[in-house]
Ligand binder design. Structure first.
Ligand code: AMP
Length: 455
């Protein structure tokens, strides 16, 4: 659907139209017009959209449109979100849309008195918005019955998995009815998100909106082909040396481990210039890092995709993709952090041979080629490899462990020498005694002792 879709084009109803009028919304956002029919169709849906794109209404409009009035106590719609702030925010949004609808919405989250929430649940609800841990506790206590859930929405699933909620999600899936619609929204695609979709979704329809928020013309895009991690560090050192040009640099890496590893290296090279954010850092640490970067105190910020999703920082001179994102949407999101507000910015992507397929996917997605820059001669190509780059060795040599093949006579098999043919049957003393006296006789043998006495 095109962007000039109006709310009238979506098949809403009068209470929803009235609520939207009251809110003063003029037209649906792109994700709302894209997602409406897909969510309404009842199929599993994966939406890629960031906060601020109107994603909450993108899933709630079709859900509310189709939710019939009911007096039953058990909820029919479950919305899972990663944080309590988001529970509050999503409940507020749903309430705004439900102004002229007679429905019951309840938000529950951890860190507060569970008994109060149990009482609220017991009063009956149609839509429950929850953090995973608290939802599970309520379900286990049997106050909350999930057997009527028809629609499961998981919002900000990338953050949820990044915070380590996978196990809790699995537990919840286990107690939900199998026949349900799964609707998932994520700002970024990650391996974890991909795995979750593959394992739990049935032929999901994908809904994506362009996520840069920045016209591509404002961004100069370049790429280098680089051998490995250490060579990438050398190249990074080379380019970042030009402090005047590279004055506000956002470096993206795909995971926390890499973020820490790179931070350590860059701190060595440019002491006091760098900061880092990822989900294992405390909220305070992350806020301080972002502030230091924003104010220019530190010119380099290293971030993972998931953590950088909400970043809205002006005048980023360069985005450096230290690795090539596997999912083109992530690349779009990364590069959109520069070239904002009519400024121009530069994006540089480093890619190894293994990452060439991802480059192709990104170029196809944008329908645009990224300019290849020749690898600078003066940069040292390292031959040292990090753990992940080394060829995988399945198991270390273990002389005590034998596998099946060792026992099967192969080319080197020959008859054992006579002395080696003996087998160990254990208990040699007892065998000797038995040979001598026919029966085992030990002091502990009750019958032997009895017989002896009788004699
Ligand atoms: P979200 O991406 O769901 O966090 O929404 C971001 C903000 O956009 C919220 O404050 C919504 O109330 C607002 N919003 C949602 N849909 C629209 C729309 N169609 N027009 C204008 N604002 C909207």
């Amino acid at each position: 659907m095109e962007h000039d879709v109006t709310f009238q084009d979506l098949n809403l109803n009068t209470p929803l139209y009235n609520a939207i009028d009251d809110l003063g919304f003029v037209k649906p956002t792109p994700i709302q017009s894209e997602a409406f029919n897909v969510v309404a169709s009842g199929k599993d849906v994966v939406g890629i959209a960031q906060t601020g794109t109107g994603k909450t209404f993108a899933y709630m409009l079709p859900i509310l449109r189709n939710l019939k009035y009911s007096r039953q106590e058990n909820p029919r719609v479950l919305v899972l979100v990663p944080t309590r702030e988001l529970v509050v925010q999503v409940v507020e949004e749903i309430e705004k849309l439900s102004k002229y609808i007679n429905n019951r919405i309840l938000g529950v989250y951890g860190g507060t008195n569970i008994n109060t929430q149990k009482q609220a649940v017991a009063q009956g609800t149609d839509i429950i918005v929850a953090t995973p841990g608290r939802l599970y506790d309520l379900a286990v206590s049997r106050v909350l019955q999930l057997k009527s859930i028809q629609k499961l929405v998981i919002d900000e699933v990338d953050v949820m998995l990044d915070l380590g909620f996978r196990h809790q999600l699995m537990n919840i899936f286990d107690i939900l009815p199998e026949r349900r619609q799964n609707i998932m929204f994520s700002a970024t695609m990650t391996e974890d998100v991909d795995e979750l979709i593959t394992n739990f979704f049935i032929n999901p329809q994908r809904v994506t909106v362009a996520v840069t928020g920045t016209p591509l013309e404002n961004i100069i895009q370049q790429r280098y082909e680089v051998k490995n991690f250490y060579t990438k560090v050398n190249l990074l050192e080379h380019v970042l040396f030009d402090k005047a040009t590279f004055n506000k640099v956002l470096i993206f890496v795909s995971n926390k481990k890499m973020a820490d590893r790179l931070f350590e290296k860059l701190e060595d090279i440019f002491p006091g210039n760098c900061c880092v954010i990822h989900s294992n850092k405390t909220q305070n640490y992350r806020l301080r890092s972002i502030e230091a970067f924003e104010s220019g105190e530190h010119r380099i910020l290293i971030a993972t995709d998931v953590m950088a999703r909400g970043l809205d920082i002006d005048n980023v001179s360069h985005v450096i993709n230290f690795d090539t994102p596997k999912y083109p949407e992530n690349y779009m999101h990364r590069i959109g952090r520069t070239g904002r507000a009519e400024n121009s910015g530069t994006s540089i992507v480093f890619s190894t041979e293994d990452e060439q397929d991802y480059i192709e996917a990104i170029e196809n997605y944008m329908n645009l080629k990224i300019a290849l820059i020749e690898f600078p001669e003066e940069v040292t190509v390292s031959t040292e490899l990090i753990e992940e780059e080394r060829p995988q060795i399945k198991e270390h040599y273990n002389p005590l462990k034998r596998n099946k093949d060792d026992y099967e006579p192969g080319a080197a098999f020959h008859e054992k020498k006579e002395k080696n043919k003996k087998t160990n049957q254990g208990g040699s003393y007892r065998r000797e005694i038995a040979k001598k006296y026919k029966k085992p006789k030990t002091r502990g043998d009750k019958n032997y002792n009895k017989k002896k006495k009788r004699k």
